[in-house]
Design a protein around this ligand. Sequence first.
Ligand SMILES: [Zn+2]
Length: 309
Amino acid sequence: MCALLLVSTAAQAASGGKFVLVIDAGHGAHDVGAMGSFSYEKDINLRVALAFGRLVEQRCQGVRVIYTRKTDVFLSLSERAQVANREKADLFVSVHTNSVEDGHITFGCETYTLTTDKAAFNLGIAKRENRITVYEGRGGKEVGFDPNKTESHIMFEFLQSQNMQQSVDFARLVQKQYARNGRVDKGVKQANLQVLREIAMPGVLTELGFISTPEEERFLNSDVGVKILSTCLYNAFCDYYAAYGHPNARPQQIALSREETARRAPKPVEGEGEAEVVPVETKKKAEEPKQKVDQTPAPEQKKIGTGED
Ligand SMILES: [Zn+2]
């Protein structure tokens, strides 16, 4: 049924033809996120989020960038998702920084999508927030859907699984860029994250690195670190936009010198025991990966910040 294949462009069509990218810098204000020896997660997230958005604004015509926050302010997880839903975003990218328990040293980046566990899906939100318009052929004819009809339910389920697939595609593109640019690639993972559960479009939560590892904290706070990480996100977005954005869009990726990035990005040295470490954000709330799909029990969370309860 060709109508089904066209729904992915519905949000875009709804925003006057612009592809809407929502960038979410995790935490803010009193919710500092993870803490390093000299910096807070919230500040790293914001710098990288703004730098990523600036690259998209400068280089991708046809994309509207919306930030959940541009300054050091607090937003709840639901408020962040609401921004994306209200703006009919085509893609949601939440930027975070990782941390592990005291004394452990670990390196690298990982990107989360929502778990495929059916229980995690919020079909109610999908029904309310997804723009259900179908464009039939050139010119487009808008068709409304009654959320209570069986065929609409099938449509919503289809949308959800399509969002899931596109989220995983973007997460893979992000990890590919991290790996290409000298970062340790910790892979694409899945978790039941509230902020991803409440959005009605493809979305990921990416962890830029470990603030608890001294070399990584220095890197995350350095100009070159912000440049490398924001470029990774931008380059991944270029590939995603070429695949799911405007058919003729070919935004140009930024080439970082491989030698340069490999030298700058911190790497573990042998014997640092990376393998035994179970990553867990030293913060509260379900925003961060707690339940992996493999159900590894997460160590007790340290309470940092006074975010939501
Ligand atoms: Zn975080």
